[in-house]
Design a protein around this ligand. Structure first.
Ligand code: SF4
Length: 354
């Protein structure tokens, strides 16, 4: 996309947009130079779940808050491959940050021509994160994504070699910054300058950086090895309490109304939805062997977490879609020990393994 003549370069770039402060101010900084910035929001069940489940709401929300209209990129399939065997390993938990960044930037590179853009920007800051924002890791990310010379990190660009768009005069290097380290003072000052009324958290909310969630996801990958789980299997690690009814059958039980609403959107082939009839209670999703034994266990667990807990002769409804739960069965009262025995013991396991 980049030629030797600046006049032929589209004044347009792609941005990795995470919804965090650094990516927001990077976008504003480059847009201020008169360059059109197309923000790409890479989403998987583990980060950006709302963008996948309710994309219109997500986009409208970010536009209202930050004046940014992200393009949602479903990164789930790429990410499943990366998670199974990351070339650069995992961070503290099950987060393959270096490979994750390489994968996102590689995907962005493939979109350059299609979106008629000249280069890519990202909100990374030198030395801000231990794994993926060390200088050596940042060099590897730039090289392995195929974006050598075409990746600008506006917040720390002055610590980096000059990029092609800077050399060719498309981007003014003097207007780029030289931030390093974990502080956020400069970014917060910039946020005020750009009129942001709300300063987002820096963490970005990747589930895989949390011990308990990471354990659940790791467990799912181990269960399917040497094959790979489907996205639908992994969504059951995102919401609710997780139970293993047998080696091949998982059950997720919503913990609150919000989770019930989101789980009702997981209309994937192979899911069995359950709820208790005539009593408030959680929505549950089972995947695996849907025989009478597992359905009975699932109904009993569903009953346990609802308002009809402890009542006998209560019925559960189940079906393959949340809007078509037409089958009914009695929900048995299960002993506390039985329920505890089936719960994926996240806390104990994370203490041992993470
Ligand atoms: S924290 Fe999660 S989303 Fe961010 S780079 Fe690491 S794996 Fe990717």
């Amino acid at each position: 996309m980049v030629s030797d003549d600046e006049s032929t370069l589209p004044r347009r770039c792609l941005a990795l947009y995470s919804g965090g402060l650094d990516s927001i101010v990077s976008i504003k900084l480059v847009a201020e130079m008169g360059i059109e910035v197309i923000p790409l929001y890479f989403a998987t069940p583990f980060f950006g779940s709302q963008a996948l489940l309710q994309p219109q709401k997500f986009i409208a929300d970010h536009f209202k808050r930050y004046g940014i209209q992200p393009h949602v990129v479903d990164y789930t399939q790429d990410f499943i491959q990366i998670l199974a065997d990351p070339r650069h390993g995992y961070g503290k938990h099950f987060n393959p940050c270096i490979d994750c960044k390489i994968g996102m930037l590689s995907r962005a590179r493939t979109l350059l021509d299609e979106m008629r853009a000249s280069f890519v920007i990202s909100g990374e800051v030198l030395g801000q994160r231990p794994m993926s924002q060390r200088r050596d890791a940042m060099n590897v990310i730039e090289r392995d994504s195929g974006l050598k010379g075409l990746l600008i990190r506006p917040l720390c660009a002055r610590h980096m070699p000059e990029s092609i768009p800077e050399r060719m005069g498309l981007v003014n290097r003097q207007a780029l910054l030289g931030i390093a380290g974990r502080g956020r003072t400069i970014q917060e000052r910039l946020a005020l300058r750009y009129g942001l009324s709300e300063i987002p958290n820096p963490a970005g909310g990747c589930m895989l950086t949390y011990a308990q969630s990471a354990y659940k996801v790791r467990h799912t990958f181990a269960r399917f090895a040497p094959g790979l789980p489907e996205p639908a299997d992994l969504w059951l690690d995102v919401f609710g309490r997780k139970f293993m009814l047998d080696d091949r059958t998982a059950l997720a039980v919503a913990r609150n109304e919000h989770e019930c609403d989101l789980m009702a959107l997981l209309n994937h082939t192979g899911n069995i939805f359950l709820k208790i009839i005539d009593h408030p209670g959680p929505l549950c999703i089972m995947r695996g062997e849907a025989g009478p034994v597992n359905l009975g266990l699932a109904a009993g667990i569903c009953l346990h977490y609802g308002k009809a807990r402890g009542r006998s002769a209560v019925k559960a409804l189940w079906g393959r879609s949340p809007t078509e739960m037409q089958n009914s069965m009695e929900a048995p009262i299960l002993a506390e020990d039985t329920i505890r025995g089936l719960l994926l013991d996240v806390q104990a396991a994370s203490g041992r393994k993470e």
